[in-house]
Design a protein around this ligand. Structure first.
Ligand code: ASP
Length: 594
């Protein structure tokens, strides 16, 4: 070995011993001819001292080093003088007196400082271009180590529960997870393509049919979606599938899994079982299918207060079977009017006429454009329903569609809570959201699966499948942490007849049924066990556990917001021969040709 210790290892009990360390020069300082080097590796930082009076040759080499040079230092460990002890470093009570310093490799001056306090201010694109340098920063090192510990915890836990990790193909066939596929041209059969998996959904179900009983995989998934701030075209899921279970069994397993991941990443273990809320209740109370339970400010139904009101705006909506609700943003009565204007714009973008509000002023009086239309009884009703106090800002929403009201107020609930700064940062509030609707209606007015077409309807809603499919609930669930969807899953349809019927309801043609799902329908006909599963976004979980500003902070080599790997410069053009080999001719838009 080129070293006897790491740079994070030496402490007082090593004093007087000899050591050889290797690492990067973090800083080098010349104090009147005596050279001090902070030597850094993944494990920590050790101070090296070279004194020309003790060892002129070593000091000469030490003096010629620059930050990010790679060096090897042999020397003796000694205690630092009492006034030089650095309590912030694990190695802060010792230093190494260098007797032999060798430069193993030199370094150009990095394009940005690796110093934690300065690097955060560097433009992220610059850091991504030289990610190998960015990875040397201690925060990146710590986050990737935590991610590793989490992955180990997942594997240990799943193994103990009799799950086996099975790899599924990357070159495969399109699966309906709702995004666009990445395609790979097939040289051998011209005109055919593989798709990269959006998720191993069909494989994991086929593994259950194959008798594997309990499967998991740290699975890489690929989705060609419009990129958003915290989205990556490729990402990792903890993919899980189990046979002979119902949703209850699955919740138990995932509760335990999350508890052990929390523990492995140094967070308090949550009380189990994790709470559960139905999709319907979650939408009603929090206006979201991923409720942030770290604070209250629930949506309150005002139908009982305004039933038969003279105030037309609410009265008409209620008469037509619509919905009137409000939230109480505590303490926000004083927000500037332009803030209210912004939220009004938000209301309009959700299809509402405007935003009605009440500001409860210091003297207890109400400032509001609408309360003059309310009766005494209505005002009393509002006060008690919303627990109104001095300093509160009450925000209303009314629409014939309850979904519109819920989604808007749910969004406003988060925005106002952020504005008020009331969301605790170091709390972890998990919840299961259960019984999602089986279908939703897409923009073209067509029924599409809310999860995916393999999801089983809730048995007690089965009778509605033909008459009122939009009302059918599914045995589908999400696990949510602090308002973030960590994962979704479902109990699957295991009966081929029912699966065929589902495709029919979704208006999937016989031809498409055969070409896209024939293999699954066939397999289901050979004694498929009842089964179900879930997939948890591992990157997102790592971000919540290990900290960081974006999902890119917990991925070693992420793509930027345009899906580009700036370091490798991928994607990039390929040469004509490669295209010819895979039978592809380009038909580029004129602006790209130019
Ligand atoms: N394949 C689904 C997804 O990736 C998860 C599941 O149903 O287990 O969201």
């Amino acid at each position: 070995m080129k070293r006897t210790h790491t740079c994070g290892e030496l402490s007082q009990d090593a004093i007087s011993g000899s050591t050889t360390l290797c690492g990067w020069v973090d800083t080098v300082r010349d104090h009147g001819g005596i050279i001090f080097i902070d030597l850094r590796d993944r494990y920590g930082i050790t101070q090296v001292v070279c004194d020309p009076d003790d060892n002129a040759a070593a000091t000469e080499v030490a003096k010629s080093t620059r930050p990010e040079f790679v060096i090897q230092v042999t020397g003796t460990v000694r205690a630092r003088p009492a006034d030089m002890v650095n309590a912030r470093l694990a190695t802060g009570s010792i230093e190494v007196v260098g007797t032999d310093v060798t430069i193993l490799n030199r370094s150009k001056t990095p394009p940005f400082p690796l110093d934690e306090s300065k690097a955060e201010k560097v433009h992220e694109e610059l850091r991504l271009e030289s990610r190998y340098l960015d990875l040397r920063r201690s925060s990146m090192q710590q986050r990737l180590q935590k991610r590793h510990k989490m992955a180990i915890a997942v594997r240990t836990f799943m193994d103990a529960q009799e799950f086996i990790e099975v790899e599924t193909p990357i070159l495969t066939k399109s699966t309906p997870e709702g995004a666009r596929d990445y395609l790979v041209p097939n040289r051998v059969t011209p005109g055919t393509f593989y798709a990269l998996p959006q998720a191993p959904q069909q494989y994991k179900q086929l593994l259950m049919i194959g008798g594997m009983d309990r499967y998991f995989q740290m699975a890489r998934c690929f989705r060609d979606e419009d990129l958003r701030a915290d989205r990556q075209p490729e990402f990792t899921q903890i993919d899980v599938e189990m046979s002979f279970v119902d949703a209850e069994d699955l919740y138990g397993i995932i509760d335990g899994l999350l508890a052990s991941v929390m523990e492995a990443s140094g967070h308090p273990v949550p009380e189990l079982p994790l709470p559960r809320i139905s999709w319907h209740e979650s939408m009603d109370r929090f206006g979201s299918d991923k409720p942030d339970l770290r604070f209250g400010w629930e949506l309150k139904n005002l139908a009982p207060v305004f039933e038969g009101t003279d105030f037309k705006v609410f009265g008409n909506v209620l008469k037509n079977g619509g919905c009137v609700k409000a939230i109480n943003a505590k303490g926000l009565a004083g927000v500037p009017i332009r803030q209210i204007d912004e939220w009004t714009e938000l209301a309009k973008s959700h299809g509402m006429g405007g935003l009605a509000y009440i500001r409860v002023q210091e003297d207890g009086s109400w400032k509001s454009p609408i309360t003059k239309f309310f009766s005494e009884v209505e005002i009393e009703g509002l006060k008690s329903t919303l627990e109104i106090e001095t300093g509160d800002l009450v925000l209303f929403a009314a629409s014939e569609s309850a979904l519109v009201v819920n989604e808007f107020l749910g969004r406003l609930r988060i925005e106002t809570a952020n504005q008020a700064g009331i969301i605790p940062e170091n709390e972890f509030k998990f919840t299961w959201v259960t019984e999602f609707p089986l279908f939703e209606t897409n923009e073209a007015g067509r029924l599409v699966p809310m999860h995916h077409p393999f999801t089983s309807p809730l048995p007690e809603d089965m009778h509605l499948l033909d008459s009122d499919p939009a009302q059918v609930r599914a045995v589908a669930y999400d696990i949510v942490l602090n308002g973030v969807e960590l994962g979704s899953g479902s109990i699957r349809i295991h009966d081929p007849v029912q699966q065929g019927k589902m495709f029919d309801l979704l208006k999937i043609s016989e031809e498409e049924k055969e070409s896209r799902f024939g293999h699954l329908l066939n397999a289901l006909a050979y004694g498929a066990p009842p089964h179900g599963g879930i997939a948890l976004g591992f990157d997102r979980l790592a971000l919540l556990m290990a900290g960081g500003n974006t999902i890119r902070d917990v991925i070693a080599f992420p793509k930027n917001h345009k899906g580009i790997d700036l370091m490798m410069d991928a994607p990039s053009p390929v040469d004509a021969k490669q295209l010819h080999d895979v039978h592809i001719q380009l038909d580029l838009p004129p602006e790209v040709e130019a």
